[in-house]
Design a protein around this ligand. Structure first.
Ligand code: ZN
Length: 201
């Protein structure tokens, strides 16, 4: 299921979606229980070996669904938020060039946000799969939009549910822009919105 099939144009997403979600599960439930869980939900391949290349985004979507079904939406939200934070930590350590760490926080906030969000936008498919990322920078911060978010696709809920993305954006933006900023999902396709909307304030 998680093999890549470029020939048939499978929708792909970066392996961190799986790696960091499994890591967050292990933090919460321990290694052994996580292994058992992955086998029980039919993703035993990830118990044996975590992916190292792009994967079918359906593997991430089905892992999210299995976590929610197994642990309830609230506990799943906590685990997915932690997975988002771990993903941001990985990106900060491995994908954001050292000069950006030094320069971005010193720029006027609006300029820093514009530069960083443009760079994030260029790599959006690696974390959003077929979700479509866009943004606007305004006087109060920024507004991020994720259409067809893998985290809320096909879900109906009465509150925003994309905790992975909410926390990932916040953990990524804080050290590079302003440690005090807060990212909050204010509209979610799970509530019937056209896209998931995250305010950066
Ligand atoms: Zn959402």
């Amino acid at each position: 299921m998680h093999a890549t099939h470029p020939a048939v144009g499978a929708a792909r997403i970066g392996p961190n979606s799986i790696i960091q979600t499994v890591g967050a599960l292990e933090e919460e439930r321990g290694y052994k229980e996580t292994q058992n869980f992955l086998r029980r939900i039919g993703q035993g391949d990830f118990a044996d070996q975590l992916p190292t290349t792009m994967i079918d985004e359906l593997a991430f979507i089905s892992l999210i669904g299995a976590i929610r079904a197994d642990m309830g939406v609230e506990a799943a939200g906590r685990i997915l938020a932690r997975a988002g934070e771990r993903t941001a930590d990985y990106l900060l350590a491995n994908r954001i060039p050292a000069p950006a760490h030094l320069v971005l926080p010193r720029l006027p906030r609006r300029l820093g946000l514009s530069l960083l969000l443009k760079a994030i936008s260029g790599h959006a498919w690696t974390f959003a799969g077929t979700g479509r990322f866009s943004y606007t920078v305004d006087a109060k911060g920024a507004v991020l939009s994720l259409a067809d978010s893998p985290e809320s696709r096909g879900i109906v809920a009465d509150a925003p549910i994309c905790h992975y993305y909410e926390r990932c954006f916040q953990a990524l933006l804080r050290p590079l822009i302003d440690r005090r900023l807060v990212v909050r999902e204010v509209a979610c396709t799970a509530q019937g919105a056209e896209a998931c909307v995250f305010e950066v304030r």
